[in-house]
Write a protein that binds this ligand. Structure first.
Ligand code: ADP
Ligand code: ZN
Length: 518
């Protein structure tokens, strides 16, 4: 698809430069545009920030008539419309906030052969519920003005996906109603199962699938061991922000709203212009922080994962995770907000075993929650492989580690990444099992913290095992060993609705680690 010359190829290139002010296309953009320009159905899977919008915006400019864009979030539409306005591309949105007068103007434009309207954004609700709008679409189709249907976040069609939205189901009628209108579906996350389901729902069994690589060559991935105290962690983060990232924009992701507030205050006290962003703030408060940050009036946003959709700041130089994400998928999305301008940017995760338990108490009720969380535990504990290779594997891509170019803490020769000595593991694991056995015999439940205490000869005497001679290991290493045992099924978490987490010994030679809701 990319090599041949198409009737539109020349105009595509000049429009890219003259209208969109861009030099060249990114991987998969040309292929996608050529397929949709040829009138074929297509689904594009591309990571967030990869440049999906251009794949329909440019064809919209090249095509006669109107491109209908179905998008689930009004805020996302508005961001795109703002950008289109600065490029002088006639575009608008029809959603629940649209006034009656504006709705009328839009509906007139839909069937006016002289209208210059190129892109019309709608919410799936509007499409499903406004009969009048549907009638207008039919007219537009009959007039040959319905040039393309774009469905953003197309995975929302499927119940198997993580973000099912019932109104997306309605889109199934579009192919029957408008058989000659090519459909272009866009998503950043979709398994094969979801994609198959989406094809069925949309009635596009023969659509072409395009998948862009998830590799972001300009992002440097790094995992650091989180110091045991809040203030030591903050000292490290502050130093990073004031030296390595001095004067640059970034995001610090935290586990909870409370963490966000504490981290924000700490950074502000040190003269770092910082804003706080989480779900307990009002809409206007959040918008204000987002805007100040976008304009460079503050440098750092400290946020929960509520800070996500619609972030399109190109020069985010660092994303620091004060605490691990709940899955590799989440980590990838969150870190991926760095370096949209293709310049080198850093993604640093502070890892500590205690944070795994904080997360596991939140996610254990989700069907694949624990599996995803252990995915990230494996990612954090593994220092024997390129971080990129693990991310690629997660997204089902083949990967050659030589492609990393030293852009992760494993491949970078200057990194301080510490290798985890495997030599004494057996003894350590046996010691842990001995303690757990003793706990089981005396009918006590153990938290990870109590386990480590007992291991180090502290805490209640009834838990101490006299056989254990080796005391000269650090808490950091002890935590790594427990993490390793969790990953390899020697320990198992158990969940209660009490105030702490516990561990116990299991009959089959394995042990259970009990975690409870805090
Ligand atoms: P997605 O929808 O995949 O998350 P966007 O379409 O919002 O990504 O694009 C992310 C950013 O990349 C935007 O700022 C966009 O202008 C920019 N971009 C897209 N395509 C190109 C390109 N070919 N060259 C340079 N920048 C691009
Ligand atoms: Zn690497």
């Amino acid at each position: 698809w990319s090599k041949e010359d198409f009737p539109w190829s020349e105009e595509l290139n000049t429009t890219l430069k003259d209208v969109f002010k861009l030099d060249k296309l990114r991987p998969m953009q040309l292929q996608t545009m050529n397929i949709t320009m040829a009138g074929k159905d297509c689904m594009l899977i591309m990571p967030t920030g990869g440049g999906k919008s251009l794949c329909f915006q440019l064809p919209a400019v090249l095509s006669k008539g109107i491109t209908l864009v179905v998008s689930p979030l009004i805020s996302l539409m508005e961001d795109q419309l703002m950008a289109l306005k600065t490029l002088d591309i006639d575009s608008t949105t029809f959603n629940s906030n649209t006034s009656t007068a504006d709705a009328k103007t839009i509906q007139t434009a839909m069937t006016d052969p002289n209208s210059t309207l190129k892109l019309l954004y709608v919410t799936p609700e509007k499409l499903a519920k406004s009969k009048r709008f549907m009638n207008k679409l039919e007219k537009m189709y009959e007039m040959g003005r319905f040039s393309r249907l774009v469905i953003d976040e197309v995975h929302c069609c499927s119940q198997w996906g993580h973000d099912f939205r019932p109104d997306f189901k309605f889109l199934g009628i579009m192919k029957r109603q408008f058989p000659t209108v090519p459909i272009l579906g866009l998503t950043a996350t979709a398994t094969l199962k979801v994609l198959d389901d989406v094809k069925n729902i949309l009635n596009i069994p023969h659509c072409q699938l395009l998948r862009a690589s998830f590799n972001r060559p300009n992002l440097y991935y790094e995992i650091r061991t989180k110091p045991s105290s809040f203030s030591d962690t903050m000292t490290e983060i502050k130093t990073l922000i004031q030296t390595r990232f001095s004067g640059q924009s970034g995001i610090v992701y935290c586990f909870s709203k409370k963490d966000c507030e504490e981290v924000t205050i700490d950074l502000q006290k040190n003269g770092i212009p910082t804003g706080c962003y989480h779900a307990n703030l009002t809409g206007p408060e959040r918008s204000r922080v987002h805007e100040k940050w976008s304009k460079g009036k503050i440098l750092v946003v400290v946020a929960t994962i509520a800070f996500g959709m619609g972030i399109d700041k190109p020069d985010v130089r660092f994303v620091i995770h004060h605490s691990i994400s709940k899955s590799i998928e989440n980590l990838y999305q969150e870190s991926g907000r760095a370096g949209r301008d293709d310049k080198k940017s850093c993604c640093i995760v502070y890892y500590r075993l205690a944070d795994v338990f904080r997360q596991s108490c939140m996610v254990f009720t989700e069907q694949t929650g624990l599996k995803c969380l252990y995915g990230i535990l494996a990612y954090c504990l593994n220092v024997k492989r390129c971080r990129r290779s693990m991310i690629a594997e997660h997204f089902g891509e083949l990967w050659d580690s030589s492609h990393c170019n030293g852009m992760c803490d494993h491949c970078d020769p200057n990194s301080v990444c510490k290798y985890f000595p495997q030599s004494n593991m057996t003894t350590h694991c046996r010691n842990i099992l001995l303690i757990l056995q003793q706990a089981a015999e005396t009918d006590q439940k153990l938290t990870a913290l109590k386990l480590i205490d007992a291991w180090f000869g502290k805490g209640p005497a009834s838990l101490r095992v006299s056989d254990i001679k080796e005391k000269n290991i650090t808490v950091e290493k002890a935590e790594k060993i427990i993490g390793f045992m969790l990953l390899n099924d020697y320990l198992k978490e158990e969940f209660h609705f009490t105030a702490y987490t516990t561990i116990s010994y299991m009959k089959h030679g394995k042990a259970r680690l009990n975690c409870s809701k805090e």
